[in-house]
Design a protein around this ligand. Sequence first.
Ligand code: WQD
Length: 341
Amino acid sequence: MQILVTGGLGFIGSHTVVELIHRGYQPVIIDNLSNSNIEVLQGIKNIVGEIDLPFEQIDLKDKLAVTNFFNTYTDIKGVIHFAASKAVGESVQNPLMYYDNNLTSLIYILQNIVSKKDMKFIFSSSCTVYGQAEVMPITEISPRQKPVSPYGNTKTIAEDIINDTAMATDLQAILLRYFNPIGAHSSAEIGELPLGVPQNLVPFITQTAIGIREELSVFGNDYPTPDGTCVRDYIHVMDLAEAHVVALERLLNKKVSQKVEVFNVGTGKGTSVLEIIQTFEKITGQKLNYKYAARREGDTAIAYADTTKVNETLGWKATRTLEEALSSAWNWQENQKQHTI
Ligand code: WQD
């Protein structure tokens, strides 16, 4: 069964492609390579074997290209839509690029699939739609608040576009609100490949440990948390990939209870920046060079998921430990062919 994976050469997309293949699906990848690397395709094949894995380099803002794609690939039964720009800081500098890229591409995909019978749609959303949630852990009925960045706002608006479209058409969708994906496939053939200076914590840690970066700055140690540093819900990217396949099968088996379902996808456990550093030092046996620095604009103090709904309704639970996630990230960093400078 053919499943379109947009952004399929990206961090979460590539790991989901591997999981789809392992579960017997035939992914078709669209990626515009704006924030990923064509070598990821070979990395996926090094894991799953030299199978037929269609890849189309398409910018989803090209309306004609998107229409031509769906006229060519007429057996697509589901879409997992990852493709989007996702750097919080960059979105503050360039909001129009984010609204254009993340929303235009979504609209063109939806326009092409709503007329297709029984098409299933899974959307890559984010816990950022909760802003700084008042109550921990965060449930799916925690109020969405205006996110602190245009990036986060594109996720909120996208969810509304999907909800309104589903109410007016046959579209059935599942929105997965991720917490903090980290780690890499155990083979170290694919992983997180931030272009330029990493925005996210874990790739910055592994690049510091391997010597690409001088020193990690810990953005603030005066938060209202046990050790003063921010708390997040770090989920192994392979656990997250598996959640996508479980969600797809929920849609395919028509198990959904409403046209659009929302799930928080996390471990349900909060971990501070300092605990991440200490765990990383423990598993690698090496001291990490870091210093405390000023808070980062837009950061929330604490965010971790209530996983009751995703465990009980979706029937999925994270199984990998933080240690496994961090050691897989380190293994990936050590095995990368060219270091990203
Ligand atoms: C985690 C913690 C930082 C870098 C973002 C997006 C979210 C999702 C995941 C896409 C924070 C601290 C970080 C550094 C640091 N992205 N940190 N030094 O901001 O929780 O979430 O990425 O879907 O939507 O908002 O993740 O990894 O950037 O930061 O101290 O060099 O690490 O302050 O407390 P974040 P992050």
